[in-house]
Design a protein around this ligand. Structure first.
Ligand code: NDP
Ligand code: MG
Ligand code: MG
Length: 337
């Protein structure tokens, strides 16, 4: 049975007298730092000069260069993009990390794939909110929390888990529930989820449906509404009550079509592909490719991003959304899952 922790399992006192350095002030950084501060924790921010630095100062934080923030802290939470963490860690974190302090992550990638190998005298803990940063902040302000995962990679102090739970409480996660996992499980399932289902799977499903209708001569605007716009309404129903809740709400005709055609669209070939995707995550092929892509300055990533931006679906959607005034201001800066 899965192990869950709630508010009563965590003591904020564990963080009393300690300084938490949140390194990075992007999607997760701004949310976790502000939630911790509102929970009474002493938080400072570590950054390089730039946009985030200005924002963090405007939000009332003390901001330091990364090395200085690390020197001042007993808990260091690394909230930089995963692909820059190893370099910043080696140059600006490791040399200043105090013995007996704690190194925190919100995604296990760099520890699990061996890009960061911390000294044995620090705790290494994962607190991974299962939601984008903007939600982590908004839900906390509303008095609730986004669920999170906790994992301990290294317990030098003998109190790594208590410290992790205190941190999770500080960001509001124990209000919703914190699930115990390992760096391996969090990393592999997170990568699989975003590749096979949430980002990769859904994007291709939407595009394939759109293209099928347009190629058959239907109007692109209609295809956009059917294959992309309505997806949100369906996903909201799933989120609130599972697949059954969605099927309860749609017509019986839609429900019958779901049973009779869904398995043809996502059939054996797709399941086989999912297994291959999972294998390449597990054996490190995906991580190696992504690290190498970054080393070369991201040529493929940039090309693919440009190609996808110019897809007909995106152009049609941009036009249609301009008519939907209620969507104004809803568009967020890109976030990672
Ligand atoms: P963002 O890209 O939103 O923010 C990154 C931050 O790091 C920015 O403040 C950026 O500042 C700063 N930064 C980048 N490079 C450097 C550098 N060389 N030195 C100092 N600061 C730097 O990251 P996320 O919040 O999305 O991701 C952080 C971590 O959280 C990752 O491990 C990610 O996997 C994890 N995570 C993210 C989720 C999300 O919702 N986004 C969900 C769950 C986990 P600048 O303005 O100077 O570029
Ligand atoms: Mg319909
Ligand atoms: Mg992810």
């Amino acid at each position: 049975m899965v192990k869950m922790y709630y508010d009563q399992d965590a003591q904020l006192d564990v963080l009393k007298g300690k300084t938490v350095a949140v390194i990075g002030y992007g999607s997760q950084g701004h949310a976790q730092a502000q939630n911790l501060r509102d929970s009474g924790v002493h938080v400072i921010i570590g950054l390089r000069p730039g946009r985030s630095w200005e924002q963090a100062e405007q939000d009332g934080f003390e901001v330091f260069e990364v090395d200085e923030a690390v020197r001042r802290a007993e808990v260091v939470q690394l909230l930089l993009p995963d692909e820059v963490q190893a370099k910043v860690y080696q140059e600006q974190v490791a040399p200043h990390l105090k013995s007996g302090s704690a190194l925190f992550f919100s995604h296990g990638f760099n520890i699990h794939f061996g890009q960061i190998q911390p000294a044995s005298n620090v705790d290494v803990v994962l607190i991974a909110p299962k939601g984008p940063g903007h939600l982590v902040r908004r839900v906390y302000v509303e008095g609730f929390g986004v669920p999170a995962l906790i994992a301990v990679h290294q317990d030098a102090s003998g109190h790594a888990k208590e410290l992790g739970l205190a941190y999770a409480k500080g960001i509001g996660a124990t209000r919703a529930g914190v699930i115990e996992t390992t760096f391996k499980e969090e990393t592999e399932t997170d990568l699989f989820g975003e590749q096979a289902v949430l980002c990769g799977g859904v994007s291709e499903l939407v595009k394939a449906g759109f293209e099928t209708l347009v190629e058959a001569g239907y109007q692109p605007e209609i295809a956009y509404f059917e294959c992309l716009h309505e997806l949100k309404l369906i996903v909201d129903l799933m989120y609130e009550g599972g697949l059954a809740n969605m099927r309860y709400s749609v017509s019986d005709t839609a429900e019958y079509g779901d049973y009779s055609s869904g398995k043809r669209v996502v059939g054996e070939a797709s399941r086989q592909a999912m297994k291959e995707v999972l294998k390449e995550i597990q054996n490190g092929t995906f991580a190696r490719n992504w690290i190498e892509e970054n080393r070369q300055g991201r040529p493929n990533f940039q090309r693919l991003r440009e190609e996808e931006r110019n897809h007909q679906l995106e152009r049609v959607g941009a036009e249609l959304r301009r008519m939907m005034a209620w969507l104004d201001g809803k568009k967020k800066e890109p976030v990672r899952s």
